[in-house]
Structures are given as C-alpha cells and as structure tokens.
Design a protein around this ligand. Sequence first.
Ligand SMILES: *Cc1c(COP(=O)(O)O)cnc(C)c1O
Length: 445
Amino acid sequence: MIVQSAPDGGDEFAIFNHLESEVRSYARSFPVVFARARGAQLFARDGTAYLDFLMGCSSLNYGHNPPALKSALADYIAGDGITHSLDLYNEAKESFLQEFHETILRPRQLDYVVQFPGPTGTNAVEAALKLARKITGRANVIAFTNGFHGASLGALSCTGNRYHRAAAGQLLGGVSRLPYDGYLGSTVDTADYLDRLLSDPSSGVDAPAAVIVETVQGEGGLNVAGTEWLRKVAVIARRHGALLIVDDIQAGVGRTDAFFSFEASGLRPDIVTMAKSISGYGLPMAIVLIDRQLDKWAPGEHNGTFRGNCHAFVTARAALEHFWRTDSFAASVEEKGNLLKNRLEQIAQKYDPSRVSVKGRGMMRGIDLKSGEVAGQVIRTAFQKGLIVETAGAHNEVVKCLPPLVIGEDQLSQGLDILKDAIESVIGSLGQGMAKLSRKRARDC
Ligand SMILES: *Cc1c(COP(=O)(O)O)cnc(C)c1O
C-alpha cells in the first residue's frame, strides 16, 4: 500500500475528498465547510449564514447550542464533572433520571424503566428487539413498509429502504413486512390485514415477538399513521402476544408537539426507543423505555462501553427542566406546527395535487414533489438561497422540513419563503422545459 501524499490547498474540500470515505452522505447535498452554529442557523467558514431545516435530522430540536443547555454543560465541564464512567452510578445520570421521572414519566403516568444502550438510535432499536425476543421466546418481528429503524443488522432488518438493506450484503431475516397505514390507499385498513395474517395459522407469518412502528415515518417520507390505526395495531399486537415497540427516535422529543409522538393517540407502548434529540444538544445518547413488568434483562446481558455519556445526561436534564416542566413549550410547538402546515399548504395550493402535496405532522412536515429529481433540484436551489433542507421518502421525493422547535416565526417564514421560491423556480423551469419539448415535438411532426 502506497500512502498518497496529502493534497495541497486550493480546493476547499481537498482533505475530505482525499481522506474521508465515499460513504459520507449529507455533506454531498450541502458542499460548504461549516464552522459555527447558533439557534436555527449554521455558518459557513466564510461567514455565510444558512437557515437549518435539517437540524441533524431532528437531533437538535432546541436549536444549535441552546443557551440553557450550553451553560449547564460548560459549568459541568469546568467543575471536572465525570465525562465517562461506563454505567457506574454518578450524579449526572442521577439528576437526569430524577428529572425524567418527575417531568416526563410521572405526569403521564407511565411506569417505564430506563435502559441506556449504546449512544445511537440503532443501538436502542437493537436492544428493544433483543429484549422483545427474549421475553416472548419468539424470533419474528413485524415491521412496516417505508419504516426506518437504523443501519445495524437487527435494526436494518426492520428498515424498508432497499438501498440501505442491500448494503448489508447478506439476507436480513426475522422480520415480516406489513403495509403501513395508507400504503394501499385510503380504502384499505392495513391493520385488518395484520390481524388477519396473525389470526390465520396458515398465513405464513410466524407469531411475532414485537410490532415495531413509527407514528410518523421520518426517513420513509413523512407518512402519518392515523390515531385509530395505531390504536388498532396496539390491540392486535397485544391480542397476539406481541410487544408494541414505538420507535420515537425521530418523531419524539416534541417534534410532533407532545414529548412522545404517541401521546395524541393515547397509546401505551411496551417499549419505546429514543435517541436523536433526547440529549437536546446533539450529543450521542439513546434510551430504551421498558414497561416495568417487562424488564427481563439479566445484569450486563446487553452490554456496551459507551452507555454513560455524562455530558449528554447533563444537557438532557437541562432540556427537560428548561422546556418540559410546563405545557407552554408543547403548546408553542403546536402553534408553530400549524403555521408550518398553513404555509406549506399555501405553497402547494398553486399546483395540481398530483404534482405537489403536503405531508407530515407537528414540526415534521414537508412537500411531496412526487419525483426525486425535482425534490433534489429544489433542495439544491434552496441551498443556494441559504436554506438547508433534505429529502426523504422511497424515491427521495419529499422535501422534509425539520426546523428547530424553538425557531422564531420570522426565521420560519424566511426559510419557507426560500423553499417557496425554490419550488417555483424549479417547477417553472421544468414547465419551460416541457413547453420547449412540446413545441419541438410540434415542429418535428
Ligand atoms: C435516525 C433513526 C434511527 C437510527 O438512529 P441512528 O442514531 O442513526 O442510529 C432509528 N429510527 C428512527 C425512526 C430514526 O429516525
């Protein structure tokens, strides 16, 4: 192996192109080098400000460097607080658990215990699946079309996306795929289909350990499960001896107004997975909430080195204290979610619904442009105008807005104006392209 010489300057991205693996992804959509961030804004090295409607894919619900969390963390570090201690008892974890109990679990009368798995979402999903299989003695799991649950093997088996699945390089087993709510159109109740399959001993679907579901599919394109459908799925799971796992990694922590995305439907999942915004500061942290009766883990049975990120505990606790002790934050998020909905609908109104429509719930909403190519052009155009926003969906056809939940109305409007202009200019130029094409066709005839 010959070590290639490092690139010399000139190209702003030289070291990334030379040394970072081709696996990098988001960076390709937003090719600048970022230096700082504050609230709803990211600043490039040259000082250019961008409005951020990606927010670490909903890992930064309280914005970049939220002041209350930053000062709590800075104080903790300045006082030589413990950074890492495996899962030893420590004060940072103690305060987080106390706050989580008082502010989140107790008012909602949720009797969960908290497991700290490895620090990423996929770690939480792996732990949840493993526990469900251990408890029930069953191997199969029900997951839904367009679901996204992570990229490690067990979680990837539950993930629908073919591109991500193919990267496993092996068969992904132990999961039966069922159609999500609305997958077969509005006239087919896919929960009935699930019930039918599980009730029929000859359906070919093995009795499941768990049903894993997102209430709003983030990566899958902002598909929203109806309240009735969710309730039905919960009842069906219980009736057939399967645990209900709600993957709240993206839709939770206020993204859909309430702390948990399932609160509106009155669901009581057996297991809940959380990650992304739980630390509130973008620090790696994941938790699995387990119904107290179902905590069948033996000591150390699911282990890992990084299960005690004290800095994340400090910011997670500060976030709960600052934003969740009263209902006012959730109410403000609901208001902003409605504003987002109205503005997106105004944008979509100008077009045929078969071409442009609005999807999502709360502060995770977007515009379905029915074409990955169009959506890709829209986000590139938006980026040139100063907005960072990504696509989601089976064909990357949905422009997904995940503004920080603390964003001011002026900045929210500003971002949506950019998005509106980007959609107008991309669809406008498509229209011109088509008009040209049809004129050319007419001439050719
Ligand atoms: C992001 C995500 C995951 C995976 O989390 P990672 O931290 O990327 O491993 C799992 N489930 C859902 C719903 C997600 O949005």
